[in-house]
Design a protein around this ligand. Structure first.
Ligand code: ADP
Length: 323
């Protein structure tokens, strides 16, 4: 049977314009034609998991606008169950305005739109706890209100699902970081990149004295905040993990990277699926690194996400990714 994954998270339309140089304040700069792509960390990870072979249900909110209809269409095209994705009347869909300089430097202006409205009552109206708990694995990010992620994680865990949190983007100091501290206790597997890991170690209650270069040691320290397993992604250098009684260092795959957008999302989806299927941590980490590396070899967010067959092929022939 195919694994069943629920993603509770964001859906955004990404509008990108490449420019010769980023505009100064008050300045207008002409750029290339606009590129439109479905995005949002929630939707990206849902699509990644579907391509990796899982049965996926998305839980989230769209606006009742043309972008919302297009975003829903992109879920359906990937075979994702969209029954727990609602359109909010009179609200705009989440939108990211991305301006990219030719050398890759960019600015992003994000309008969370409908994603901001995914509060606890809205979440409960979309899906009952049983539906979330019926999944093998539930995957969350932090682009929707944190109290909702906390409620969803509690429901998922109470029903026996594996809870996996990609702690991105990390909230600044304030009430959200207090909720995050509670959330970490409801999470079985935490995935962060280096800067998020460093940020989490600043949370109240975090152990002091982090040696930033010792990422496996950082992962071990983050386990003290609640999650049994902590994974830190290190870009081209792969990833490290700490779990009960073990540390794993995975150097990653040498590929011809052209654009790392989507790599983290592919990694998280593959890690969640592999651990949900009961694979050992080292095996799951290697699979996740293969998925991330493949996404780095192609441009775009959802456009770059690999299939299960591609991940299997890279694992079998690690030298063949650039061919
Ligand atoms: P984020 O974009 O969230 O910061 P990373 O850049 O750490 O995430 O990428 C996630 C994972 O994707 C890494 O752990 C690694 O396995 C893979 N990856 C990313 N960039 C590369 C790269 N240039 N070469 C090989 N693998 C990569």
């Amino acid at each position: 049977m195919r694994e069943h994954l629920v993603v509770v998270g964001s859906l955004n339309m990404d509008l990108s314009i490449t420019v010769p140089r980023l505009p100064d304040r008050g300045e207008t700069v002409s750029g290339a034609d606009v590129v439109r792509g479905a995005g949002g960390k929630g939707a990206n990870q849902a699509v990644a998991a579907a391509r990796l072979g899982a049965r996926v249900r998305m839980v989230g909110l769209l606006g009742d606008d043309a972008f919302g209809a297009e975003l829903r269409g992109s879920l359906v095209t990937e075979g994702i169950d969209d029954r727990a994705v609602a359109d909010l009347p009179g609200v705009a869909s989440g939108l990211a305005l991305i301006v990219v300089q030719h050398d890759g430097e960019n600015t992003i202006t994000l309008s969370p739109g409908a994603n901001r409205h995914l509060d606890v009552p809205a979440f409960q109206a979309l899906t009952d706890a049983r539906a979330v708990g019926a999944a093998d694995t539930v995957l969350f990010q932090l682009e929707v209100p944190l109290p909702t992620v906390l409620a969803a994680a509690r429901a998922a865990r109470a029903a026996g699902a594996l809870t996996v949190l990609n702690a991105a983007p990390l909230p600044g100091p304030g009430p959200a970081s207090d909720v995050l501290a509670d959330l970490l206790y409801e999470v079985d597997v935490l995935v962060t990149n280096e800067s998020e890991a460093a940020g989490l170690l600043q949370l109240p209650g975090a152990p002091a004295g982090t040696a930033e270069q010792d990422w496996a040691g950082c992962a071990e320290k983050l386990r003290l905040l609640g999650p049994a397993t902590v994974v830190i992604t290190l870009g081209a250098a792969g990833a490290v993990a700490a779990g009960p009684g073990q540390r794993v260092v995975e150097p990653g795959f040498a590929v011809d990277a052209v654009d790392t957008v989507g790599a983290g999302d592919a990694f998280c989806a593959q890690l969640a699926l592999a651990l949900g299927a009961g694979r050992p941590l080292a095996d799951a980490l290697r699979r996740a690194c293969a998925a991330g590396a493949l996404a780095a070899t192609r441009r775009g967010a959802q456009a770059s996400l690999p299939s299960r067959a591609e991940v299997d092929a890279l694992l079998t022939h690690p030298g063949a990714a650039d061919a």
